[in-house]
Design a protein around this ligand. Structure first.
Ligand code: NAP
Length: 257
């Protein structure tokens, strides 16, 4: 029997942002692992079935919870939006819009679904390497730092109920969200990545599957970067690369002298 096809068998898992790049990959991965997935997104789709749902609407979460029979074993808070304004240009609307989707919505989801969760259930928030750095878009970065805080608070609060809460921080992943960024953002991001490539949605989905599974039974309050090493060097990659270029140039000069 293929282990990956049964890893999440019997589990019901809610995924938000399910019509987006990373969310759709997570849904596919979880279904492949045997889970029954309740896929939610602002944009509903017929195939695969994604239910139209505004994650910022507390009443819609209440209706979902009240109308669901049986336990919920997992929740993936993947819906997210970005606003790219810098410090002096960011507006109050940028801040409230990003916080509503990236912070308030995961809180509402956790508040309404955790009472339906049995011991061993798992919640995965999708953060970002923006939550670990001084990434320039202020509204997005601060909202991701906030959901990181929510993750740790929820892990502590729900630990006594046997519910695990973790956060995954993707680096630069090719999706509709990043497709709207300038080309310079993509190339500079890859330039800071130890593995020298953009991440794929499958890279993130595999980590999420692991955290939802019983293989991660003793992991809670943890942060896992899926960033190709972009944050591990603390910003010194460009220095290292510059010195390598300088060293190579100087040895060529010496050899040819
Ligand atoms: P995406 O393709 O834009 O997917 C996000 C999905 O969330 C979209 O389908 C979006 O719908 C939906 N959504 C937004 N607001 C919603 C709401 N109020 N209610 C329900 N659904 C809503 O983006 P992605 O790249 O897959 O990102 C997924 C997550 O990964 C986000 O949390 C993002 O911050 C995080 N992340 C992404 C990257 C990356 O490089 N791509 C890196 C780090 C972290 P609309 O299309 O209608 O807005």
């Amino acid at each position: 029997m293929n282990a990956t096809k049964t890893r999440l068998a019997g589990k019901t898992i809610v995924v938000t942002g399910a019509a987006g790049g990373i969310g759709a990959a997570i849904v596919g991965r979880l279904e492949h692992a045997g889970a029954e997935v309740i896929a939610l997104d602002r944009t509903s789709t017929a195939a695969p079935p994604v239910r139209g749902f505004d994650v910022t609407d507390a009443q819609q979460w209440r209706t979902l919870a009240d109308g669901h029979a049986g336990p919920i074993h997992g929740l993936v808070n993947c819906a997210g939006i970005t606003r790219r304004a810098r410090l002096q240009e960011v507006t109050p609307a940028d801040m409230t819009d990003t916080y509503a989707v990236n912070v308030l919505a995961p809180l509402l989801a956790i508040q309404t679904l955790s009472p339906l969760m049995p011991v061993g259930a798992s919640i995965v928030n999708i953060g970002s390497i923006a939550a670990l750095t001084a990434h320039y878009p202020v509204a997005y970065t601060t909202s991701k730092w906030a959901v990181r805080g929510l993750t740790h608070t929820a892990a502590l609060a729900l630990g006594e109920s046997g519910i695990r809460v973790n956060i995954v921080h993707p680096g630069f992943i090719d999706t509709p969200m990043t497709a709207s960024a300038p080309d310079a953002f993509r190339s500079a991001s890859i330039g800071e990545t130890a593995l020298g490539r953009a991440g794929s949605v499958a890279d993130v989905a595999g980590t999420v599957e692991f955290l939802l599974s019983d293989d991660a039974a003793y992991i809670t309050g943890s942060e896992i970067t899926v960033d190709g090493g972009a944050t591990s060097h603390g910003g010194v990659k460009s220095i290292s690369d510059a010195l390598r270029t300088a060293t190579t140039a100087s040895s060529i000069t010496k050899e040819s002298a």
